[in-house]
Write a protein that binds this ligand. Structure first.
Ligand code: ASP
Length: 465
């Protein structure tokens, strides 16, 4: 007999079905017991009557506890008018069990799975495989899947090609500390995990791919924040032969269609999305992520806003000039002449998309000429030798007919977090790290055997803890 998902039982009144799943709850009513049986599709009530279920079943019935994994063969029965449960989708039927099998018993779960909002987050993360059984987390994972699926389809329709780029690579300056991976084969040398596929996607434009995207994992070794995980997912895309307006138009169309198709219950405050310059935003809202919602208590309101004309450079806490976004952004045409004389007033052809006061993505038109890129590195105080060592490959690539290009990176975690009305990205990542970058379920990071350290040519300093 093939298995039926519980949500599919509703139209099968009178038929015998085989169900498999977990015991959500068990209620005893004298001799009879009711079990809410849950699988990925939902929940259905199973009625266990000793006279109907056979000798073996009669014994097993007593053993059933919450989260036992079971198999039930039974007849789908219509519930009487009075017994219809409008709270669940299968509320018009119940299953009269004829056979019962325990596929695997369960220890008592460390927390109730149906209402996890009050449960200590560390416990949820340690037992993430149980936490993910909750309806809330399943819904979040399904929403994430729907968002990614939509984005892939949309971009394929627009002639983009998805290309994977390496995770073991070389550093790329995007303003964060990088994770290092020691090379076993090359003692004393390291790979760096990418902060984004920035250089690769630009090199794909040099390669003539013209329209690239990737659902890309990015890594930043920063101190934890609720809206950041040390590894996060971006929709990364890049286009050749475009102006900034072309990128904004495509991206805006994609976001509007996403909301219509994936979360039609939500409404966008204003289309076309309002646009402010960085300068206006700082003057008017005191920040570069203005929250344009009309009613902050409306959970279904989505207020998108473009912030454009970011400065090319900013000063760090020690007064050193650094790239405001990253050093590959194209300066505004009118400002190029003042790059050296007045760098702090040079605007970049770069933009952010802000959603409900949260920065969703950054992008820009890129530099595609060696000479201009060299000037930027020089202004950032990177010596010619360092420039050559770190970025020689990019500069050389630009000399082989690199096309004008631009693109952007969209934070998938933040986007789904907002669409799911969650306040932490941890709620929409299957296996996230804690605020202090630990995986409590796997127990990572962890010490490793001396043999592994030796192979990686690593000596741990006694004082480093
Ligand atoms: N690489 C950039 C980032 O991660 C996005 C972009 O400029 O495309 O923020």
């Amino acid at each position: 007999m093939t298995r039926t998902m519980v949500a599919a039982t509703v139209p099968l009144v009178g038929e015998t079905v085989l169900l498999k799943g977990w015991v959500q709850t068990r209620r005893d009513m004298g001799k009879i017991a009711f079990v809410d049986l849950r699988d990925r599709s939902g929940m259905v009530q199973v009625v266990l009557v000793p006279s109907e279920i056979g000798e073996a079943g009669k014994e097993l019935m007593k053993e059933l506890r919450t989260e036992y994994c079971i198999s039930v063969t039974g007849v789908v029965q219509a519930r009487s008018e009075k017994q219809i449960n409008t709270e669940i989708e299968t509320g018009t039927v119940e299953i009269l069990a004829k056979e019962l099998e325990i596929l695997n018993p369960s220890k008592t779960p460390p927390f109730e799975l149906d209402e996890t909002s009050g449960v200590n987050e560390e416990v949820r993360l340690k037992y993430r495989y149980l936490d993910l059984r909750s309806v809330r987390m399943l819904k979040n994972l399904m929403l994430r899947d729907a968002v990614v699926d939509f984005l892939r389809d949309f971009l394929h329709e627009e002639d983009f090609i998805e290309v994977e780029t390496p995770c073991l690579t070389k550093g790329t300056p995007e303003g964060s500390r990088e994770f290092l991976v020691p090379s076993r084969i090359h003692p004393g040398e390291f790979y760096v995990l990418p902060q984004s596929p920035q250089q690769f996607k630009q090199l794909l434009m040099v390669a003539g791919i013209e329209r690239y995207f990737q659902i890309a994992r990015s890594f930043r070794d920063e101190d934890g924040r609720a809206d950041r995980n040390p590894e996060f997912t971006q929709l990364d895309f890049e286009m050749s032969f475009v102006e900034q307006e072309d990128i904004l138009a495509l991206y805006e169309r994609m976001m509007i269609a996403l909301v219509q198709i994936v979360t039609p219950e939500k409404h966008i405050t204003q289309t076309p999305f309002p646009r402010v310059t960085f300068k206006e935003s700082m003057e008017k809202y005191g920040c570069d992520k203005p929250d344009m919602r009309k009613d902050k208590n409306d959970p279904d309101e989505l207020a998108f806003c473009w912030v454009v004309d970011f400065p090319m450079f900013e000063k760090d806490s020690e007064g050193n000039v650094q790239a405001a976004h990253h050093p590959f952004c194209m300066p505004n045409k009118e400002d190029v002449a003042r790059l050296e004389s007045d760098p702090m007033n040079v605007r970049a052809q770069s933009f952010d998309l802000v959603l409900n006061g949260i920065e969703l993505s950054s992008g820009s038109i890129r530099i595609h000429e060696r000479e201009l890129q060299n000037r930027i590195f020089a202004l950032l105080g990177i010596s010619p030798e360092d420039t050559q060592r770190r970025f020689g490959h990019m500069l050389e690539a630009f000399e082989y007919g690199a096309p004008p290009h631009g693109g952007c990176g969209v934070g998938i975690d933040r986007l789904v977090m907002i669409l799911a009305n969650e306040s932490s990205v941890r709620e929409i990542i299957a296996f996230p790290k804690t605020g202090d970058a630990r995986d409590l379920m796997m127990g990572a990071p962890s010490t490793v055997d001396q043999k592994n350290l030796d192979e990686a040519h690593i000596k741990i300093q006694a004082s480093s803890k």
